[in-house]
Write a protein that binds this ligand. Structure first.
Ligand SMILES: *Cc1c(COP(=O)(O)O)cnc(C)c1O
Length: 355
């Protein structure tokens, strides 16, 4: 099989060893003689895997033994746009709007209460992160998106508030050290840096729950999922197991600290290359550039054709920008190697001779 350099924004690349172990589990899950696709979600083997994944998900963020519970639920990060206000909204919440995903979260919250948009970067096509956000008003919770997958911007600080802080970390969880203890609820669709699509990780501090008087449908009720140990109904068995394999890999690599170093090296190389070439430019404000999703455009339309052609020749895949913004986007999640980034920067360098 030819080596492909896959920069997909999600579902993202996973380590080769995770693919191999997941494939093996489809054939014979942990010597049970059965496929993981056909075992009970209440079997002792699966429950052990789920519990290990829940434990590791906390441990790798330094959140174990600190009053947090981890859940692996279905519905993707988009489900949490709704589940969060159902559980936390009493009257009013504050949201920071930094792009499409934040906007969608805001729309869902508005169905259940008042939303104060306390900061926004919509005035400049979400190309930057609002600075020094501090929320002093009394709200039920504050919500922000740590990394904006589509626009390629990333928070380098945590907004200040005394209210419970909720963070959509879908596209940069486990990619860098971030003071997660400041957060009361973290959620992330698994398909960007945790595992395969079909499950999301929710990490919640139990003491913020149970305060709303609203009747919460059981499927949306975090307390119900906690009471059932993340097995209220059939779990996405295969996706949870894939998450476990990837979290184990992450721990073996040395955890988030080691990933942060590697991710910084990859992002620095790509951005330095972009900055040194006068025919290509990054689309995000330099100080807010994401280390997970690097967005860029060429100065002239015609260069896209040359770049696309060179990418095909170099086996570079999934480099197109999100359909809503165009341009290009290289997603540099944990499993993307420095080698792949070097191939991409090599192609950009090669374009010098073609323009
Ligand atoms: C991809 C993404 C989502 C949506 O995730 P789904 O699992 O597809 O619902 C939400 N927020 C962010 C930051 C994302 O990158």
């Amino acid at each position: 099989m030819k080596e492909v350099h896959n920069f997909c924004a999600g579902p993202s690349l996973l380590p080769q060893t995770v693919y191999e172990q997941a494939a093996q589990a489809v054939l014979n899950f942990e010597h049970t003689g059965m496929s993981i696709l056909s075992i009970s979600h209440r079997s002792k083997e699966f429950i052990a895997a789920l519990e290990e994944a829940r434990q590791l998900s906390l441990e790798l963020l330094g959140l174990d033994q600190k009053g947090y519970v981890a859940l692996f639920l279905q519905g993707g990060a988009s489900m949490e746009f709704l589940r969060v206000p159902y559980n936390l909204m009493q009257k009013k919440a504050a949201y920071i709007n930094t792009g499409t995903w934040s906007s969608k979260a805001i729309e869902q919250a508005q169905m259940l209460g008042e939303v104060d948009i306390v900061a926004s970067s919509e005035d400049q096509q979400f190309s930057y992160i609002p600075k020094n956000v501090r929320i002093e008003e009394l709200v039920d919770y504050v919500h922000f998106t740590s990394n904006n997958t589509i626009y390629g911007t990333q928070f380098n600080y945590i907004p200040q508030t005394d209210a419970p802080l909720v963070c959509d970390m879908s596209s940069d969880i486990y990619s860098r050290e971030f003071d997660c203890e400041k957060m009361d609820l973290i959620y992330a669709g698994a398909q960007k840096n945790i595992g395969s699509a079909g499950v999301s990780l929710i990490i919640v501090k139990e003491d913020i729950l149970g305060k709303t008087k609203r009747t919460i449908p059981q499927m949306l009720d975090y307390q119900e999922h906690i009471a059932k140990d993340s097995l209220y109904h059939t779990a996405n068995v295969f996706a949870v197991y894939t998450c476990l394999l990837n979290l184990r890999w992450l721990k073996q690599q040395g955890g988030v600290k080691v990933m942060e170093q590697l991710n910084k090296t990859k992002a620095d190389l790509l951005y330095q290359t972009i900055d040194a070439l006068d025919f290509v430019s990054g689309t995000a404000a330099v100080e807010d550039r994401s280390k997970m999703n690097a967005t860029f455009t060429f100065k002239e339309e015609g260069m896209n054709i040359i770049f696309d052609q060179l990418c095909r020749e170099a086996n570079i895949a999934n480099i197109k920008g999100h359909r809503s913004v165009g341009g290009y986007r290289a997603s540099l999640y944990n499993a993307v190697t420095l080698d792949s980034v070097e191939v991409l920067t090599g192609v950009l360098q090669q374009m010098k001779t073609r323009v």
